[in-house]
Design a protein around this ligand. Structure first.
Ligand SMILES: Nc1ncnc2c1ncn2[C@@H]1O[C@H](COP(=O)(O)OP(=O)(O)OP(=O)(O)O)[C@@H](O)[C@H]1O
Length: 476
C-alpha cells in the first residue's frame, strides 16, 4: 500500500491491530451477530494512514454499504479514548496481504462498547427463533424517537395508521426517499408499535436483499416451503430496500406471490425503496403495479427546522438536556451546515459529542467547525449524483423521478443525459455506478449520454452556457 505510512514500528502496528480486534468485538455486541456476520465480518484492517484508519471490504457493493451505514460508528469507535484516528476509509477489493498482524485473531482485552440490553436480547434471539423477528428491530427506531416535519409527515401519518391496526383503507404502504432519511426507522417503529398492541403478533421485517439470499438458499436446499410459510403467515410484513431485487426474476416471482397472499388476507404490508414504484427499473410491471396499489408516501430531505428538531431530540435522548456538552449555537451550526441526510447529521453530532467528552467541556462553533472539517469539506466539495439530479430536474422543470424513469420524450431525455454527463464530470463515480443511479441503466447508456452532450456542447453555445450555469449551481 504505497499511500500508507510504512508500519515500521511493529508495536504501533500491533496496537492498531489489537484496537481493531476490540472494535470488531464492540461492533458484534452492538449490532448483533447476524448483522455483524452479514455486513461487517469481512471487513479487515489495512493500516493507519496519517489520522485515517484504512479498512478493506472484498466487494465494492459491501464497501458501499459499510460506507453509507457504518462509517460514522467506525469513526467514533476508532477515535474514542484519545486515539489520534479521526477518519475511517473503506477500500474495496480482495486483499491477500495484511500490512499488520492479523487483527481478527486478537482477543478483546478491554470491555466492549454496546448496549447490554440489546446484546442480551440478541443472544436470546440466537437461541429462540420466535424472538428473532423482534430482535432485528432496532430499539432506537421507535415512533417516539422519530421527529416529524413537513418532509416526512405523510409517511409518518401513514406509518402510524398501519401500526395502530384497525381499518386502514390502503395496503400496501410504500415508503420511498433517498438514503439515510428515515425509511428503515419508520418501518421498525411500525413493527414495535404493532407488537406493543398485540404481543402475540408475528412481525416479520426483512431487507429485500435478505429476502433474495434466503429464498435462493432455500431453493438450493430444495426447501422453499418453510421460507414461504415464515413470510406468508406474518401478521405484519415489512420489506426494506426493495430496489435490490431489480433484475432478479425468481425472487420477484416469489415476492409477488408473498405480497398477494398477505394483501388478500388483509394483513398489513409495508415496503420501502429509494424511489417510487414506477421508477423501479428491472422490476416487472405487475410487481410495480402491485406495489403502487395502496398508499405511496415519499420522505423528502429534511429542511433546516426539522434538522434542528432532530438534533435536539437526539441530544435529549442521550441525556444532554442542559446543553452541557453541545451548546445551542453548535446545534444550530450543525443544522445549517450538515444538509445531506439524517444519517450524516447524526454522525456529525456524534463526532462533536465524542470530542467534547474527550475534552470534558462544551466546545464553541469554531472548534466544532474544526472537528468537523473533513465532514464539512467533503460535504461542500462532495457533489453527489442525487444532488446533480435534483438541480438539473429543477433547472429544466421536470420531475425528479424522470431522472430515473424509462421515459424517452426529448424534454426529459435530454436533461437526463445532461445530468449523466455532469455526474461523470463532477463526481468520482464510475460509468456503471452512474448508470445504476439513473434507474439501473447500463454503463453504455451513460457513455453515450456523455459523448452526445460533449458533441452538442461543441456546437451549441446556449446549451453550453446552461451547463456552465448548472455547474456553478451544483458547485456552490
Ligand atoms: N425524522 C427523524 N427523526 C429522528 N431520527 C431520524 C429521522 N429520520 C432519520 N433518522 C435517523 O437517521 C438515521 C438513518 O435513517 P434510516 O436508516 O431509517 O434511513 P433509510 O432512509 O432507511 O436509509 P437507507 O435507504 O440507506 O436504508 C437513523 O439513525 C434514523 O434514526
Amino acid at each position: 500500500m504505497a499511500s500508507l505510512q510504512a508500519a515500521s514500528d511493529v508495536t504501533e502496528a500491533f496496537d492498531s491491530a489489537a484496537r481493531w480486534g476490540r472494535i470488531r468485538e464492540a461492533l458484534k455486541a452492538e449490532f448483533g451477530p447476524r448483522t455483524f456476520s452479514s455486513w461487517l465480518s469481512e471487513l479487515t484492517f489495512v493500516g493507519i494512514d496519517h489520522d485515517t484508519a484504512v479498512l478493506n471490504m472484498p466487494t465494492a457493493f459491501k464497501a458501499d454499504w459499510v460506507r453509507s451505514h457504518y462509517v460514522e460508528r467506525l469513526r467514533l469507535l476508532w477515535g474514542a479514548g484519545g486515539s489520534p484516528v479521526r477518519n475511517v476509509r473503506i477500500e474495496s477489493g480482495v486483499r491477500t496481504v495484511s500490512a499488520v498482524p492479523d487483527a481478527q485473531h486478537i482477543e478483546a482485552s478491554e470491555p466492549v462498547v454496546g448496549n447490554p440490553a440489546e446484546s442480551a436480547s440478541r443472544q436470546q434471539a440466537a437461541s429462540d427463533p420466535d424472538a428473532q423477528n423482534a430482535a432485528v428491530l432496532n430499539p432506537r427506531y421507535t415512533f417516539e424517537a422519530f421527529v416529524v416535519g413537513k418532509a416526512n409527515e405523510l409517511a409518518y401519518g401513514a406509518a402510524k395508521a398501519v401500526a395502530e391496526g384497525g381499518d386502514i383503507t390502503f395496503n400496501p404502504l410504500f415508503l420511498h426517499g433517498i438514503t439515510g432519511i428515515g425509511k428503515t426507522h419508520l418501518m421498525h417503529a411500525i413493527g414495535w408499535e404493532f407488537r406493543r398492541r398485540d404481543p402475540s403478533a408475528k412481525v416479520v421485517y426483512m431487507s429485500a436483499e435478505k429476502f433474495m439470499c434466503e429464498f435462493l438458499a432455500a431453493m438450493r436446499a430444495k426447501d422453499t416451503l418453510s421460507f414461504k410459510r415464515r413470510l406468508r403467515t406474518a401478521d405484519l410484513l415489512l420489506i426494506d430496500d426493495i430496489q435490490f431485487i431489480g433484475g432478479k426474476e425468481s425472487t420477484q416471482e416469489e415476492m409477488f406471490h408473498t405480497m398477494n397472499e398477505i394483501i388478500a388476507a388483509e394483513r398489513p404490508l409495508v415496503i420501502s425503496a429509494d424511489r417510487p414504484p414506477q421508477d423501479l427499473d428491472g422490476i416487472e410491471a405487475r410487481v410495480r403495479s402491485r406495489l403502487a396499489w395502496g398508499l405511496v408516501a415519499d420522505i423528502n430531505p429534511a429542511e433546516y427546522e426539522l434538522r434542528l428538531n432532530i438534533l435536539n431530540e437526539k441530544l435529549t435522548r442521550m441525556g444532554f438536556e442542559s446543553n452541557a456538552l453541545v451548546s445551542e449555537e453548535v446545534v444550530d451550526f450543525l443544522a445549517r451546515k450538515v444538509t445531506g441526510n439524517i444519517r450524516e447529521l447524526e454522525g456529525a453530532l456524534n463526532r462533536v459529542i465524542a470530542y467534547s467528552k474527550t475534552r470534558g467541556s462544551a466546545i464553541d462553533v469554531a472548534t466544532a467547525r474544526q472537528v468537523l472539517s473533513s465532514v464539512l469539506r467533503s460535504h461542500s466539495r462532495r457533489v453527489t449524483v442525487d444532488r446533480i439530479q435534483r438541480e438539473v430536474a429543477e433547472f429544466y422543470h421536470i420531475k425528479l423521478s424522470d431522472m430515473l424513469s424509462a421515459r424517452r420524450a426529448r424534454d426529459v431525455a435530454r436533461p437526463r443525459q445532461i445530468a449523466m454527463y455532469l455526474a461523470k464530470r463532477l463526481t468520482p463515480r464510475s460509468l456503471p455506478d452512474i448508470g445504476k443511479r439513473f434507474g439501473g441503466r447500463d454503463h453504455t447508456t451513460v457513455m453515450h449520454a456523455v459523448k452526445r452532450i460533449e458533441e452538442l456542447r461543441a456546437g451549441d453555445g446556449e446549451l453550453s452556457a446552461d451547463i456552465e450555469r448548472l455547474e456553478r449551481i451544483i458547485d456552490c
